[in-house]
Structure formats: C-alpha cells, structure tokens
Ligand binder design. Structure first.
Ligand code: SF4
Length: 266
C-alpha cells in the first residue's frame, strides 16, 4: 500500500482519483509512444550528466554521442555559471538530493536535481528537458513546485522567504536563430504560500485516506472537465467518446438537438 507520496501522486489524485487508482494501486501501465520514450531517455541522460559534473567528473569525456547534449550543457554553463561552481565553505551543493517528510500518515518525498543550501538561502534547481517551456503560471501551481518548496521549508532551518525554486529549460532555442538558449523560471516562496500548500496537502491526504478506507472504487473525474477523451483508461472507465456523451448530457439538460448546434471545444 502507498505510504510515500511524490508530486506525481498528488497531481494524479487531484486530476482524477480513478486514474490514481489505476496507476498506483492497480499498477496498470500507461503505454508511451516512441517520441515520448526518446524524450524521456534524453532527459534521463542529461540528468545523469549533470550529476556527474556535480561530482567533479569531467563531463566532456563522459558526454554521450548526442551532440545536442554536450551543447546543452555548454549553453547552460554559459547562461548560469554559478550552477557549475564548487560549494562554498558553509554551503551544501548536492545533485539528486532526496528529502522525506512525515505528514498526516504519509511520507512526502522529493528529489531535487540540485540543491544549493547555505545558512542564508536554499535554492532548488530543476532541469527541464522539454523542447519548449510551459506557461509560467502552470508551473507555479504545479505540485512539483509546491511540494518541493514546502518540504524544503519544513526540513531546513530557513524561513519560506529564504527559499526559491528555479526551473532551467535546457533545450530552449532562440526562435529566430534556432541556437540553444536555456531559459529559467524562478519562483520565490512566502509564509502565506507555505500555509496554502499545507492546507492543500492536508485536504488531499485526508481524501486519500478516506478513499483507501472505503471499499468503493475511487471516483471518476467530472466528465465535464474533458479529461477522459485523452486518457488511456477511457474504455476501462466507459468514458470513451466522452465528447459525444457530454454533448448528449448538455442536450438533455437544455432540450437542444445535438445535431443542430456547433461543436463545442472541450
Ligand atoms: S477515463 Fe476519465 S475517469 Fe477514467 S481514469 Fe481516465 S480521466 Fe479518470
């Protein structure tokens, strides 16, 4: 049974409890396409490379054959040389740094790609290897950001205002020249955000405990949110073709003939 919760668990539980059940409790696999596999492999090799450089190993020699990877590391070094510095006298710099926090009968777990910790500040660094950065507002409320900041504030002798999280998008390119140009989003933190995250974590963990104590299946997401059409469990959940199901629901509620109205983008 699950006792350890990562950002993936929290995200999925909030997105659709039934999907959480399928993936984490029933261990049903979600198929991934070749593009996703290639992208995931590139991402894991990049993380490994950055871990090697943090250990002081010469990454030029250890870089894999993919020239974009070496170029991405070089572009990042140029954009943010501080990330490649050695630790100062009273500073901790560690890649793949794991922390665990006991919370409401669960263990919240995080793994920081790079943590730079001093008596005055804590910086969480995360490498993102998507081709394009997502919306900043999306990442700000993503569970990775909220959980990572929360756990550091709870486990380090620092006030929330002394903590930050920075995402580096290492494959970003200049739109005109096409040259690699790493971008970053930095998120500060505050006591108010910390309290909000704590309340959200309390609510989600209580919900999970209640669901696990019940003999019933975890609830499906509201069909009106339009998440089922893109979900690999749509057939299992009898939600395949939910756009047409939703159209019929709307039609019944409004008395409209579905064929007489324009298609609604969900
Ligand atoms: S099909 Fe819909 S209800 Fe079922 S797991 Fe996917 S998102 Fe949840």
């Amino acid at each position: 049974m699950i006792s350890s919760l990562s950002q993936s668990h929290l995200t999925l539980l909030e997105t659709c409890p039934r999907k959480f059940q399928h993936i984490f409790l029933e261990a049903l696999a979600v198929p991934t396409g070749p593009d996703q596999q290639t992208s995931a492999l590139w991402g894991s090799q990049f993380h490994l490379l950055m871990q090697q450089q943090a250990l002081g190993l010469p990454i030029e020699v250890m870089a894999p054959a993919d020239p974009e990877m070496s170029e991405s590391v070089a572009a990042l070094r140029q954009a943010a040389p501080d990330l490649f510095a050695t630790a100062g006298p009273s500073e901790l710099r560690q890649s793949e740094h794991q922390r665990t926090l006991a919370f409401n009968d669960y263990l919240l777990t995080v793994v920081y790609d790079l943590l730079i910790l001093s008596p005055a500040a804590g910086q969480i660094i995360d490498w993102k290897t998507y081709q394009r950065p997502p919306q900043r507002s999306w990442l700000e409320t993503d569970w990775q950001t909220r959980l990572y900041l929360y756990v550091l504030a709870e486990t380090a002798a620092l006030a929330p205002e002394q903590i930050s999280m920075t995402y580096w998008f290492v494959r970003s390119r200049d739109r005109q020249t096409g040259r690699l140009q790493p971008e970053s989003y930095r998120f500060g933190y505050s006591a108010r955000q910390h309290a909000q995250t704590q309340a959200a974590l309390m609510s989600l963990t209580q919900q999970l405990t209640q669901l696990r104590q019940s003999a019933a299946a975890f609830p499906k997401v509201d069909i009106a949110k339009g998440r089922c059409d893109r979900c690999p469990f749509a057939i299992r959940c009898q939600r395949a073709g939910t756009a047409s199901v939703l159209e019929q629901t709307v039609a019944i509620a409004t008395g409209l003939d579905v064929d007489s109205v324009d298609e609604v983008v969900l």
